[in-house]
Ligand binder design. Sequence first.
Ligand code: FES
Ligand code: ZN
Ligand code: ZN
Length: 327
Amino acid sequence: MPRCSICSKPAIAYIRYQRKYLCRDHYIEFIEDKVRRALRKYKMVGKGYRILVALSGGKDSSTLLGALAALRSEFGYELVAVHIDLGIYEYSVKSKMAAEELAKKLEVPLIEVPLSEVLGTTIPELANKGRRPPCSVCGMVKRYITNAAAVEVEADAVALGHNADDLAVYNLKSFLSQDLEAISKLGPKTESVEEAAIGRIRPLYLVYEKESFLYAYLKGLPFLHEECPFVDHRQMEVKLKEVVNSLEEERPGMKIQMMSKLALRIKDYPKPQGKIGRCKYCGLITGGDVCSFCRLTKKALGEPMGPKVREYIRSKALKLGLIPRRL
Ligand code: FES
Ligand code: ZN
Ligand code: ZN
């Protein structure tokens, strides 16, 4: 049986790109150290920061919250999580359970936003009424609500659970279509735009998908193993993932190298142009007069729902004692 390269206990993982075996404890340390180094290297956090974690209930967001919680006293930041109940049948019921269990275990205050209660509808219904594919509606709704929550709790940054595998695929996809502006958004960190769009950080920037899964599993963090029923396996991303995986197979560490190099060059990519304004209904960021969320909800539900979402989150944050924020 292979032994840990550090302490000689039985190994549970082999890190190919570093040619080392690790036992359970050293594996956990290895991942937390990767997150620690990413937080430092890319200046993602500071003492006294309030970090809002988008908690879906899947493995990456569980690993993200688990690793950030493990490092919280070392860096002196505070964590708040937000979970959006999308109303996608059994999948959402189980995701919500995993998110609640995890937040409780790690003692992180959790703001829950059930769409059926706040909007009176769910993602499948909203997609139907808005005549758009569920995944695109869902992505937009999640981005909007996460940002709204970050604005309401006066977070300094939103932490996203994107891992190196996801990012390498987005990077390649954007490169193939020469969407250089999209690449400019794939760095480890984006800055806030006044108080209307809170900057995002990606602490799992250099963590592989498999590593993220193993970390959540070994630490006993609750997470949902199932995929969303709307995942489209014919998507270009799935094919590109196979390509990137086969390159990684030949050159272990390739994805991490790709993302580290991108982080160094990210400033050279063109940023999206156009005016940045405030939505006339909800006051959050938009490229026009009305944000995509208020536009979609007005079309599908007859009313722009941004203000209601903000109000709902504010009342939850008040009940949790998160606002007014004491600095
Ligand atoms: Fe949003 Fe699947 S999680 S559509
Ligand atoms: Zn060991
Ligand atoms: Zn709006």
